[in-house]
Unconditional design. Structure first.
Length: 153
């Protein structure tokens, strides 16, 4: 029995810059979001691209590379078809991830104030009988939340 493993790599870093034509900039799907003069594009389970208009100078870049999950895929959430939201402070990314063979939708949430430093939602916690959302820095292996936000009902 033989096992063949194929691997590919290069000696140059893959660019985070994405080219977006004016036609693409003017087409928006329900998963796209316009905040002021900036546009954000949700690219399934892979990434979020930001197109920034700074006094007429248009630049674009991948602002979030969504962490991969083994044996899973993304699907459109019927509960919340908007994957990108802006609450006035944070750009929030929500995605529905389905594990193969498991079914159901595991909602993942990420957020950022500056499009560079990201937090991931890690669940609900309680303090003095009050409910809070727990967030930690994306990439952290800590089980502790870096920030908790009171859930107002």
């Amino acid at each position: 029995m033989s096992l063949i493993v194929l691997s590919a790599c290069g000696d140059t870093k893959q660019s985070d810059t994405v080219r977006v034509s004016p036609e693409q900039r003017n087409k928006h799907s329900p998963s796209d979001l316009v905040v002021g003069s900036n546009t954000f594009y949700f690219n399934s389970c892979h990434s979020v691209t930001g197109v920034f208009n700074d006094k007429g100078e248009i630049t674009s870049r991948i602002i979030l590379k969504i962490p991969p999950r083994f044996l899973s895929t993304c699907s459109s959430s019927t509960e919340n078809p908007r994957q990108l939201e802006f609450d006035g402070t944070y750009l929030i990314v929500k995605l529905c991830r389905v594990a193969f063979g498991a079914g159901g939708c595991g909602v993942e949430k990420y957020r950022s104030k500056d499009f560079e430093h990201w937090q991931e939602y890690i669940g609900i916690t309680w303090r003095n009988g009050e409910q809070y959302e727990a967030w930690r820095q994306l990439g952290s292996s800590s089980a502790k939340a870096d920030e908790i936000i009171h859930v107002k009902h």
